[in-house]
Design a protein around this ligand. Structure first.
Ligand code: MIC
Ligand code: SF4
Length: 642
C-alpha cells in the first residue's frame, strides 16, 4: 500500500509506536520555533529540564507577539529570551524581523523536515512541504532537549484542487471554503493533504495561507507536496540547496477525499464569531465597515502586500474607515519599500504597523465600540480583537481593500481589473536581525537576564486516586483558548506571571470564575464539544491549574489543548454519552473514585452528589500520559526520566 506525504515523513521520523490511526506515535523533531507570548514559559521549562544545548537541527526564538512594550514587562521578557537563546544554541529573531511563521517559511523551513512550534499556526510550514505541528511550550521544550513529540496517528484527508482561481478569488477563499465544508471540528484527528492539478496554480505563500488556516479546522496539520513551485520559492530565497521533492504514492489511501474546483469559488467571508461561519461576500454587500486590518501570519507575504498596494494605488480609503497594514516580515517590508509599493500604500491613507502579530492578537488597533472590523487574519473569536462587542469578519486581502475603499462590505470584483503582479525572481536576503547562538565555550560564561515579571511555575499535583470537588464552571461547545485565557494588550505582557493572569481566566464567559475557583480549593470544569480549540497557549491549562482545576470533563477536546491539560497534570475526561452533559449543573458537587484503575480500563464513574446521577466517563490515556498525570506534569515526568 502506498503512503501519503505525511505518512512518509512520519515513517522517516518514527521513534516508536505503530503507524495505525488512533495509536500514539513518537516523532523525532528536526526544528522548533517559539514566539515570545508562549516562549518565555517554554524557555523556563527548558531551563528546568537542565539541558545545556538544544539537540535539534535548528531552533529559532521569535519575538513577534508582545511588541508593544507599554511597560517593562515585554522588554524584560525579550531580553530573557534573547539571553537564553544565545546560551543554549537557539537562533534569535529580533522584534521587527517579522511574524514567526512568515519568517520561518522564508528563511528556515525545509521540505520533508519535522517542525514543532509553540504556536498553533506552525502548520504554515506545510506550505513548503514540512510536517509542522503546533504544540504546547512544554512539548517544544522537550523537543529542544532532544525528546520525542507524541501525536495520535491521524487519519488522512485529501483535498483535490482542480481548475484555477478567478481574479479577486484567492487562497484565503480556499481556506474559508474548506472551513465552510468541514467546520472548526472537521479536521480533528486528521492531516489534510492538498493535491490535484489545481495546486500548480498556487505559489508557496498561497499554499502557506491554506495550511495556516488548516489550524482552524482543528486538523493535526496540513501539507502540500514539495514540487517545482517549492523549488522556485527556495531559489528566490537563496536556499535551493534545501529543496527535496516530495509527493504521495499514486496508490496512497485516504480516509476521505474532498474535491474543490477553484474556478467555481467566489470571494468568501467568515462572520462573527467563528472562522467557519462562512458566507459569500456578495451576500453581505452594503454592510458598513469601520475598520480593516491586513496582515497576520495568514496573509502578509510579499505577494499579498503587492496585490494590496496595486489595488490601493492612486485611490484613497473612505474617511470613516481606518486601515492597518502589517507586512509579515522585514524582508516583505523592505522589498515593498524598494519597489515603491509602500508609497502607494501610504498615499491611500493606510496606517502601516510593524512586522508583527499586532491587531490579530489584540495588541493595539482594537476596533471602536460595536465596530465592524474586516481582517485578513485567521481567527475572529469573541473579544479577541480587544473590543468586547466588536464584530470581526475574516476575508482575503482583496476583499479587505474593497471594504477600505468603499466603506462597506463589497465584492472585490467590483474594483475593476485586477492589476498584473510581477513577483521578483529573487527575494532580498538580509538575515541581520537573526542573532546566532554563542559557541559552546562562550556560552558557559553567559548570564541569563531575568526581569521581575517572571514568576514561578505553578505547583503541579500528582493525580490522586479519587476526587470530590465542585463543578465550578460549565461552558458550551467550541470554547476557545481565548475564552479560557484571553490575550490582548492588557494581559499578554504577563504570560510569565501566572498569578497575575489568573484574574482574567474565563473572563469572556464568567468574570466571577477566578474568585469562585480559588474559594473552591480544588475544582472541576465541564465543557461541550471541541473544548480548547484555537491557540496552543499552555496558559489555558497552567492558569486553571493555578486556580485549582484538577479535572476537565467535556463532550470532546481539541488536540493541542488536551495535550496541554495532561502536560499540566489536569485530567481530561469525556462523557461516554454526550447527552450526560445535561445531567450536571454549575455548583454541583461531583466525585470520581478509583481513578488509577479507571485510567487503565478507560472508564470511570462520575457521581453527581447533588442530584444522585451516576455518569459514565471515558478516557484513552497512553502509558506515557498516565505516567505524566501520576507524576503531576510533563516537567516532573521528564525530570524523573532524565
Ligand atoms: C494565536 O493566534 O492565538 C496565538 C496568540 O498566536 C497563539 C499563541 C499564544 O497564545 O501565544 C496560538 O495560535 O497558538
Ligand atoms: Fe500571530 Fe495572529 Fe498568527 Fe497567532 S494567528 S501567530 S497572533 S499573526
Amino acid at each position: 500500500m502506498g503512503l501519503t506525504i505525511a505518512q512518509k515523513i512520519i515513517k522517516a521520523h518514527l521513534i516508536s509506536g505503530e503507524m495505525t490511526v488512533g495509536s500514539e506515535v513518537a516523532l523525532r523533531i528536526d526544528q522548533t520555533l517559539t514566539q515570545d507570548a508562549t516562549g518565555t514559559m517554554a524557555y523556563l521549562e527548558f531551563e528546568a529540564m537542565g539541558i545545556d544545548r538544544v539537540r535539534t537541527e535548528r531552533s529559532v526564538a521569535y519575538i513577534d507577539h508582545n511588541t508593544l512594550q507599554s511597560g517593562f514587562e515585554n522588554a524584560d521578557d525579550h531580553r530573557f529570551i534573547q539571553s537564553i537563546a544565545k546560551k543554549h544554541g537557539i537562533y534569535f529573531s529580533r522584534p521587527g524581523n517579522g511574524i514567526c511563521h512568515q519568517v520561518h517559511l522564508e528563511r528556515f523551513g525545509i521540505p520533508g523536515k519535522t517542525l514543532i512550534g509553540s504556536d498553533s499556526h506552525t502548520p504554515t510550514g506545510g506550505g513548503i512541504g514540512m510536517l509542522a505541528f503546533g504544540a504546547g511550550g512544554l512539548d517544544v521544550a522537550v523537543a529542544m532537549g532532544g525528546g520525542a513529540y507524541y501525536i495520535t496517528m491521524p487519519k488522512m484527508i485529501k483535498v483535490n484542487l482542480t481548475g484555477k482561481l478567478r481574479p479577486f478569488v484567492t487562497a484565503k477563499d480556499v481556506s474559508l471554503e474548506i472551513l465552510r465544508i468541514l467546520s472548526v471540528k472537521g479536521g480533528v484527528g486528521s492531516i489534510i493533504e492538498w493535491g490535484g492539478e489545481g495546486i500548480q496554480t498556487l505559489s508557496v505563500p498561497e499554499r502557506a495561507t491554506i495550511t495556516n488556516m488548516g489550524t482552524e479546522l482543528g486538523a493535526t496539520t496540513s501539507i502540500f507536496p514539495s514540487d517545482e513551485i517549492t523549488r522556485e520559492f527556495l531559489r528566490a530565497e537563496g536556499r535551493e540547496a534545501d529543496f527535496v521533492a516530495l509527493a504521495s504514492d499514486p496508490d496512497a489511501v485516504y480516509d476521505r477525499v474532498i474535491d474543490i474546483d477553484l474556478s467555481e469559488l467566489k470571494p468568501l467571508i467568515a462572520c462573527p464569531h467563528s472562522p467557519d461561519n462562512v458566507v459569500t461576500v456578495e451576500s453581505l454587500k452594503g454592510t458598513k465597515v469601520d475598520q480593516v486590518c491586513i496582515g497576520s501570519c495568514t496573509n502578509s507575504s510579499l505577494l499579498d502586500m503587492l496585490k494590496v498596494a496595486a489595488l490601493l494605488k492612486g485611490r484613497t480609503i473612505k474617511p470613516d474607515v481606518s486601515l492597518s497594514i502589517s507586512p509579515g516580515s522585514k524582508q516583505v517590508l523592505s522589498m515593498l519599500a524598494d519597489c515603491g509599493a509602500l508609497s502607494d500604500i501610504l498615499a491611500s491613507g493606510a496606517r502601516v504597523l510593524e512586522c508583527a502579530c499586532g491587531p490579530c492578537i489584540g495588541m493595539g488597533f482594537s476596533p471602536n465600540s460595536a465596530g465592524v472590523s474586516l481582517r485578513t487574519f485567521n481567527r475572529n473569536f469573541e473579544g479577541r480583537s480587544g473590543t468586547a462587542d466588536a464584530k470581526v469578519y475574516l476575508v482575503s486581502p482583496e476583499t479587505a481593500v474593497a471594504a477600505a475603499l468603499t466603506g462597506e462590505i463589497t465584492d472585490p470584483i467590483l474594483l475593476g481589473e485586477m492589476p498584473e503582479i510581477q513577483m521578483p525572481e529573487a527575494f532580498k536576503i538580509d538575515d541581520s536581525a537573526v542573532i546566532a547562538p554563542a559557541s559552546v565555550e562562550e556560552a558557559k560564561s553567559l548570564e541569563i537576564l531575568r526581569g521581575p515579571n517572571i514568576k514561578k511555575f505553578p505547583d503541579c499535583h500528582p493525580q490522586a486516586d479519587s476526587i470530590r470537588a465542585e463543578l465550578v464552571l460549565k461552558v458550551g461547545d467550541n470554547i476557545t483558548t481565548d475564552h479560557i485565557m484571553p490575550a490582548g494588550a492588557k494581559i499578554l505582557p504577563y504570560r510569565s506571571n501566572i498569578p497575575f493572569l489568573s484574574q482574567y481566566c474565563f473572563g469572556v464567559c464568567d468574570k466571577t470564575f477566578p474568585e469562585r475557583a480559588k474559594a473552591a480549593g480544588q475544582s472541576i470544569v465541564v465543557g461541550g464539544s471541541n473544548y480548547g480549540q484555537g491557540s496552543s497557549r499552555e496558559h489555558a491549562a497552567l492558569v486553571p491549574l493555578y486556580l485549582g482545576v484538577r479535572v476537565v470533563i467535556s463532550k470532546s477536546f481539541a488536540r493541542i489543548h488536551v495535550a496541554n491539560l495532561i502536560n499540566a497534570g489536569i485530567m481530561p475526561l469525556t462523557f461516554a454519552n454526550p447527552d450526560d452533559y445535561d445531567k450536571v449543573s454549575q455548583g454541583d458537587t461531583l466525585s470520581i473514585a478509583g481513578i488509577w484503575a479507571g485510567m487503565d480500563s478507560g472508564s470511570m464513574t462520575l457521581v453527581n452528589e447533588t442530584n444522585g446521577e451516576r455518569i459514565n466517563l471515558v478516557c484513552n490515556f497512553t502509558d506515557r500520559q498516565k505516567a505524566i498525570l501520576k507524576a503531576g506534569s510533563l516537567l516532573d515526568y521528564t525530570r524523573e526520566q532524565i
